[in-house]
Structure formats: structure tokens, C-alpha cells
Write a protein that binds this ligand. Structure first.
Ligand SMILES: *[C@@H]1O[C@H](CO)[C@@H](O)[C@H](O)[C@H]1NC(C)=O
Ligand SMILES: *[C@@H]1O[C@H](CO)[C@@H](O)[C@H](O)[C@H]1NC(C)=O
Ligand SMILES: *[C@@H]1O[C@H](CO)[C@@H](O)[C@H](O)[C@H]1NC(C)=O
Ligand SMILES: *[C@@H]1O[C@H](CO)[C@@H](O)[C@H](O)[C@H]1NC(C)=O
Length: 468
């Protein structure tokens, strides 16, 4: 048992004092990994069959076929290539006469190394069943002057770059169906911006059959998603940023985009007047807006579900009252503005009848805290506490009154605000009423006095003595 710890100690000493050894070892193993990209790596199980100028090889190249001789084969098919990598430069060296090159059913093949030289005569390149091939780098075909057709159907391609189509100068047709296109990561955005009748788009023979496979757009037709991306790019308002967060299909199968327009922290004084069709979320945080009028009255904003207005200078939202948007929205955030009060009745009605509503944020505003407003506001907050998500931050404005300053409104005891010692302020209309009442009492009193006086003394009131 004693030997093991000793060996461990010795081992760790060795690794500490000889870092150079480890380093060299790693470089040597890197070299071993790249070595399989030589054509001669898989000769043991390989089978090759020739008929005239056609050669079919399975599971690698038999060693006879990659000796240092140039072969006059014109059609080469490679099936079940066992490696992760394939060296096309070496292939070119052994098979300079190739016209048709096919790779079939190679589940390990991930990448190609090198490129064909400008001397090659290949007219058609076909790759099928390469289930580990995510991308075909344009470099491999950039120097193929005779290449007319690429058939890339039935692989696992996720994205392509435009030079793959623009590089080979004789390229006429390319087939892309049956791949796992990733329409969401920006790798195909260049394709979205291509003109529908442009030369690149016309080369993709099966463009209308392509299907998006990854993430958000799984199963959606690629051409529809590309159309939506293009429209979004072209209608995105300056200086905002637009992203498609999702696409859904309606009952008729039409693809509907859900777009987020991010205009946050852009020093805006007004919201953008136009939005891409399908905008569902608008972020306007950290700008200089002081009213929401332009938002609720703009027909472009009708479909907007989520509106973030945090950290602006909005002091009133009474414009919301009675608007269509207020009865259909999903998220409204007004945090960090200058709101003192909201139309409580209108909010109550909206919360009651709007079935889409999910979140409303009202925190960090200088809320008015007096007996006229707070009882109604507090009962609204409590009634809809599932919807109003930041009750902790909805507090009275800062003031010298310790009983209310920065106190959370949903839990504030009403006695603190509507206490007995609170002097009820008298409104001007009530002062007018009091004056009128005292005048009426004066007239009635005078009349009673005059009447009594007349009964007792028969004297007419003073007023009748001066009348003509
Ligand atoms: C690995 O070895 C090769 C030559 O065998 C050398 O060119 C290369 O610089 C080495 N890599 C590193 C990281 O030192
Ligand atoms: C490639 O694999 C598919 C499915 O496994 C099979 O149908 C097809 O015949 C194979 N092709 C070749 C040339 O072996
Ligand atoms: C593309 O061509 C078709 C038919 O030739 C035509 O209807 C369509 O308007 C063209 N589109 C553009 C953007 O030029
Ligand atoms: C609003 O401003 C506060 C304080 O400056 C900051 O902490 C918060 O992250 C801002 N909110 C947003 C959504 O930008």
C-alpha cells in the first residue's frame, strides 16, 4: 500500500519539473489527429471496383488506387468514407481527369481539407448522406472552373456562405433540399437579402422546398422565413434594432413572425412612427419620452403586445383610457417614470376585460400618497397583485412625512394616510356653497323678522317704504 502514494508523489514531481515534455507530447498528438486526412489512412477494409472510367470505393481507398500514379478515372464515387476529414488536394493529384465526384453515406465525415487546383475538370459534385457535415466551406470549390452543378441534397448542412454559390464561375445549378437549415442564427441572412430574381437565388433550383430545421423555425418553409427576415430588415426603424424572436403558424398555415424592436437607450424623444409588420415587443427603456400619446394613437402599434417604457419621463398615462391597445396588451412596464397617479378606474376596467394581460410594472415612480388617492390605488394593487409584478417597488414619493415617505403602498395602513388628525382640505366649490347657504339663511331670516314686525306693529318693511 505504501508504494502508491510514493508513486503519486513522484509522478506529480515529474509533471511539475518537466512541463516541456507535456507540451511536446500534446503537439505530437495534434499531428496524429490531422494525419487521418491523408487518403491512405483507411486501406485495410477498403474495397474498390472499377468499370472503365468509373471507380466506386467503399470504406476508404484500397492502397492500389492511391499509389503515386495518375489515374484516368472520370467518375469517382466514395461510399462510407470512415474518416472525419477528406483531403481533396491529394485526390486532385491522383485523379486529375475527374468530371464527376460523389460522396455517399459517410456518417463520420465532417470537413474537407485543401482545395481543388485550378486544373481540375470536375463538372458535378454530389454529396449525399453526410450526416456529420454541418457546413461546406466555400474555399473547397472556389477554384473549380468547370463546376456546373452541385447536388448537396440529404446532408446535415445548417448554413452556407454566399461565396459557395458565387465562387465557381460556371456554376448553374445547386440543390439544397433535405438539409438541417438553421434559419435563426444569422448564417443565412445574406440569402434573405438576395433579390428574388437575382442570379444567386435562381441557381438554387429547389429554393422553395427548403425547410428550416433548427430551434425557433423548426419545420417552417425557409423561403417564408427569409421573406420575413428581409421585410423586417427593410422596415426596421432607425436607430433601433429588430430581431425575430419567434415564428408561429396560424390556422391557415401562414407563417406569422413575432418581432422585437429594441430602441432602448437611444436618447429618443418620440417613439418610432413605423414598426415592422408583426412587431409584438417594443423596448423603449431609457429614453426621453414624456408622453404615451404617440404610442396609443398610432395604428402601427395596435398589434403590439409587450411595451417597455422604463426609465423615461412620463408623468401621465390618462391617454390609455378607452384605447383599443389598452384592452388587448400583454405586458406594460412603466417603471422609473414620473407618475404620481394613474386613472384607477380605467386600469381596473382594463385588468378585468383584457384577457391577454400578463404583467404590469409600476415601481419606482413618485406616487401621490393622500387620502383621496391611496384607498382606491391600494385596492387596485391588491385586487390585481397577480398581474402587477413589482408591488415592493410601488412606494409613496419621498417626502418629509415619515408616515408615508417611500412606504410600500400595497401594505400601508390607511389610518396613516386618512388619520383623524388629518385636516380635510376644503375645495373652492365647497366655499362657494357655504357662501350661498349663508346668503339664503340671511334672506329667510330677514323675511321672518319683517313679517313678525308687521304683525306686531303694522309697520311695513323698510324695503317697501322706498319702492315707488
Ligand atoms: C507543433 O509541431 C509543428 C511541427 O511538427 C510546429 O510547426 C508547430 O509550431 C508546433 N506547434 C506548437 C503549438 O508549438
Ligand atoms: C445510403 O443510405 C441510404 C439510407 O441508409 C440507403 O437507402 C442508400 O441505398 C445508401 N446509398 C448507397 C449508395 O449506399
Ligand atoms: C421576379 O420575376 C417574376 C416572374 O418573372 C415577377 O413576377 C416578379 O415580380 C419578379 N420579382 C422581382 C422582385 O423582380
Ligand atoms: C432604469 O434605471 C435604473 C437606475 O438607473 C437601473 O438600475 C435600471 O436597470 C434601469 N432599467 C432599465 C430597464 O434599463
Amino acid at each position: 500500500m505504501r508504494g502508491i502514494p510514493d508513486a503519486l508523489v513522484l509522478f506529480s514531481v515529474v509533471t511539475v519539473v518537466t512541463p516541456g515534455f507535456q507540451f511536446r507530447a500534446r503537439n505530437a498528438s495534434d499531428a496524429a489527429v490531422s494525419k487521418p486526412c491523408s487518403l491512405g489512412e483507411y486501406t485495410a477494409k477498403a474495397q474498390c471496383m472499377q468499370s472503365q472510367y468509373r471507380l466506386v470505393c467503399k470504406d476508404g481507398f484500397a492502397s492500389y488506387w492511391i499509389r503515386g500514379i495518375k489515374r484516368d478515372i472520370t467518375h469517382l464515387r466514395l461510399q462510407n468514407w470512415p474518416g472525419e476529414c477528406f483531403n481533396v488536394a491529394r485526390l486532385q493529384y491522383h485523379y486529375p481527369e475527374l468530371v464527376l465526384l460523389e460522396f455517399i453515406n459517410s456518417t463520420s465525415l465532417k470537413s474537407f481539407k485543401g482545395q481543388f487546383s485550378a486544373m481540375n475538370k470536375i463538372e458535378k459534385l454530389a454529396l449525399h448522406g453526410l450526416m456529420a457535415l454541418w457546413e461546406l466551406t466555400p474555399e473547397i470549390v472556389s477554384d473549380m472552373p468547370a463546376l456546373r452543378e452541385m447536388d448537396l441534397r440529404g446532408n446535415s448542412l445548417r448554413h452556407i456562405k454566399s461565396p459557395l454559390l458565387t465562387g465557381p464561375r460556371s456554376l448553374e445549378r445547386i440543390y439544397f433540399a433535405g438539409n438541417s437549415w438553421d434559419c435563426s442564427d444569422g448564417g443565412l441572412d445574406w440569402l434573405a437579402m438576395e433579390n428574388e430574381n437575382g442570379t444567386i437565388r435562381r441557381k438554387i433550383v429547389d429554393y422553395d422546398e427548403l425547410v428550416c430545421h433548427q430551434q425557433l423555425y423548426r419545420g417552417k418553409p425557409l423561403n417564408k422565413v427569409m421573406d420575413i427576415i428581409r421585410t423586417m430588415r427593410q422596415t426596421c426603424p432607425e436607430p433601433c434594432e429588430c430581431t425575430m424572436t419567434h415564428v408561429v403558424s396560424d390556422s391557415a398555415g401562414a407563417v406569422i413572425p413575432l418581432i422585437t424592436v429594441d430602441c432602448s437607450n437611444r436618447q429618443l424623444e418620440n417613439p418610432p412612427s413605423e414598426l415592422p409588420p408583426g412587431t409584438t415587443t417594443l423596448r423603449l427603456e431609457g429614453n426621453k419620452l414624456n408622453t404615451i400619446r404617440a404610442i396609443v394613437h398610432n395604428p402601427q402599434y395596435k398589434k403590439l403586445a409587450d411595451l417597455y417604457l422604463d426609465n423615461n419621463s412620463i408623468s401621465a398615462v390618462k391617454e390609455l383610457e378607452g384605447t383599443e391597445w389598452f384592452s388587448t396588451f400583454r405586458v406594460l412596464s412603466l417603471r422609473g417614470n414620473l407618475l404620481k397617479q394613474i386613472p384607477v378606474y380605467a386600469f381596473d376596467k382594463a385588468f378585468q376585460y383584457n384577457n391577454n394581460i400578463m404583467h404590469v410594472f409600476l415601481g419606482d415612480n413618485p406616487w401621490r400618497c393622500d387620502c383621496h388617492y391611496i384607498p382606491r390605488f391600494q385596492s387596485l394593487l391588491l385586487k390585481y397583485k397577480r398581474v402587477i409584478r413589482d408591488l415592493n417597488d410601488i412606494r409613496c414619493s419621498k417626502s418629509s412625512d415619515k408616515k408615508t415617505s417611500l412606504i410600500q403602498i400595497s401594505t400601508i395602513p390607511l389610518g396613516n394616510i386618512c388619520g383623524n388628525d388629518d385636516v380635510m382640505p376644503i375645495s373652492p366649490i365647497n366655499i362657494v356653497n357655504l357662501v350661498l347657504l349663508s346668503l339664503i339663511l340671511l334672506v329667510i331670516g330677514r323675511f321672518l323678522y319683517d313679517w313678525q314686525n308687521f304683525k306686531n306693529t303694522g309697520e311695513l318693511p323698510w324695503l317697501s317704504s322706498i319702492l315707488p
